[in-house]
Design a protein around this ligand. Sequence first.
Ligand code: UNU
Ligand code: FES
Ligand code: FE
Length: 444
Amino acid sequence: MLNIESLVDVRNGTQAKRIFWDEEIYQLELERIFDRCWLFLTHDSLIPNPGDFTTAIMGEDEVIVVRQMNGGVKAFLNVCAHRGTRVCSAEAGNTRAFTCTYHGWAYGLDGSLQAVPFENEFYKGVLDKSTHGLTEIRAENYMGFWYGNFDQQAPSLYDYLGEFRFYLDVWMDSTGGAELVGPPSRSLLKCNWKTPAENFVGDAYHVGWTHAASLSVLGGELSAMSGNKMVPPAGAGVQITTRFGHGLGILTDAGPALLGGKAGDMARKWYGENRKKVAEKMGKTRGGYYGSHFNSTVFPNNSYLWGTNTFKVWAPRGPHHIEVFTWGIVEKNMPDELKEAILDMATRTFGTAGMLEGDDADNMESMTHLNRGRQIRKGRLNAQMGLGDDKVDQESGAIIGPSSVGETSYRGYYRAYREYLMAKDWDELLNKDPDAWKREFLGR
Ligand code: UNU
Ligand code: FES
Ligand code: FE
């Protein structure tokens, strides 16, 4: 029998290696994490007009996200109510209807079943069109970033993000908004979905080593870390974790992280000019975070790097494979020339064929597939760096690890992971003292 409790030791900062391998654990994750958490769909900027749609993946379920005539956004399972064929086989586009390729049933933008070929001639009144629309999914947005949720009991997206909004606002709301640039590049990796999710939530430790070669040729603020020749100043950053598992690491002032030359100067100028305004709008702490490098994961499988400006979904494809979706991030009001330079850098670093994406992939594949071995699979993973130094941040309400390099947000991610896997529903997750997670995390 699966002992869920023992998969994560919260106090001691360790996890069972089996979480990267076992089919049984994977199925439980689909049920208790992907069926109940908010999962990223798209951004307003990618479906601006009525009829604009994009497809997305929630867990292993394919969905359609579509802009309504009234400006709203709806999401549906991408499956025909007749014999179960995909109703939208384009990745994105603009349409007046979704027409199934098999027999031609046609659905409106609102998901209602509008037309059935030869309905009168062959169905003769037996088909109730009103109950054969597309299955609608809860969809909500924060700052134009749309997420979907299969669970009616789940808290609002706003509450699910919770303390994490304090940090998201630094780039989503600082200078007039952020937007994603698509279409996303897509690729397949041979790794468990949590290996990149945990890396992005908390790992500044690997940067100088895993990415040594890339950093040495790219330029930008992080290049000095190449080959671990420089100790990253501990005071120049923090790590953050929150109640529902979202977390980030901040490398202060490392904004145009991998952008060398004139483009780097342009980015530095942009961050420099805006920092004071951000401090006035959001306070001194967040003014200080503006123009930094954020590595971050929104629980469970949506990560982003702000400063290297890539936004990701790690879509699970079974326990040992994922499909990666990568968008570019820009601030809306940046000059076009800067946007272009940033997107070019994002593609070259963390795009599908990006240099740093490739560096990371080798680690993620080995940390997954080594667990084929029964002896290796019995072992545990260590995330103890900075254990004992974490504390509650009074301003944001999150837990903060006071160092640029550490594993606070790894520990927080897996504390939440264990809680989701153990809870039978959202009622159980929410019916708790809102500070209980902090006591569990800090062990006091
Ligand atoms: O590779 C990363 N996840 C990363 C890159 C983290 C921090 C800074 C740059
Ligand atoms: Fe970190 Fe080996 S040094 S996984
Ligand atoms: Fe990396």
